[in-house]
Design a protein around this ligand. Structure first.
Ligand code: AMP
Length: 191
């Protein structure tokens, strides 16, 4: 199985690249942000809980996020592989993901981290907010908080994958196609 973690700060292009990678490699795409937003739209209990965190730019608690991710992944018993987009976002989530992969007799193949400077992230997020209508992309204070949370709580999870020799940083600024080709080159090298 080919199991990818697509990592990076908010606005680094994870969703855009995930869509292209899914097409090329036929993987199941699991975006925790997308799953939360679907729950918010459907007004589920999980959606109501998640919204209270997402609107402030905070992380949804680990236990809730991990349980949700696992039950979504369990729906795909025959998957050729997964692309995890926006998960894990803490070292605790990374550890839980490893345990889950082991329970399926597989493992994460590579962690691809998109590198984008803060100024560019803010520009992209505000631009996306105009089109997507996502409330968390429209408020500069919430955007700043998401970037701070990334630096404080999420970036340290890189270390977890570095220790396993699975960390791979990729420049996330430039043409979408060039970034995609750089990601594919890393995937081929990790296969
Ligand atoms: P995203 O679409 O990946 O930018 O995620 C939107 C929001 O959903 C984040 O700002 C968090 O509030 C929440 N979220 C998404 N993924 C996770 C995760 N793995 N752990 C905790 N919160 C998450």
């Amino acid at each position: 199985m080919l199991n990818l973690v697509l990592f990076g700060p908010p606005g680094s292009g994870k969703g855009t690249q995930a869509e292209k990678l899914v097409q090329k490699y036929g993987l199941v795409h699991l975006s925790t942000g997308d799953i939360f937003r679907a729950n918010i739209k459907g007004e589920t209990d999980l959606g109501k809980l998640a919204k209270s965190y997402i609107d402030k730019g905070q992380l949804v608690p680990d236990e809730v996020t991990i349980d949700m991710l696992q039950s979504e992944a369990d729906k795909h018993a025959d998957a050729k592989g997964f692309i995890f987009d926006g998960f894990p976002r803490t070292t605790f989530q990374a550890e839980a993901l490893d345990k889950y992969m082991t329970s399926r007799n597989t493992a994460i193949s590579v962690m691809l981290a998109l590198d984008v400077n803060e100024e560019e992230l803010k520009r992209r997020l505000l631009e996306r907010g105009k089109l997507s209508g996502r409330p968390d992309d429209q408020n500069p204070d919430v955007i700043q908080n998401r970037i701070d949370v990334y630096n404080r709580e999420t970036a340290p999870a890189k270390e977890f994958y570095t220790q396993q020799n699975k960390y791979c940083g990729v420049n996330g600024v430039g043409a979408i196609e060039d970034i995609f080709n750089a990601l594919c080159a890393e995937i081929e090298a990790a296969k």
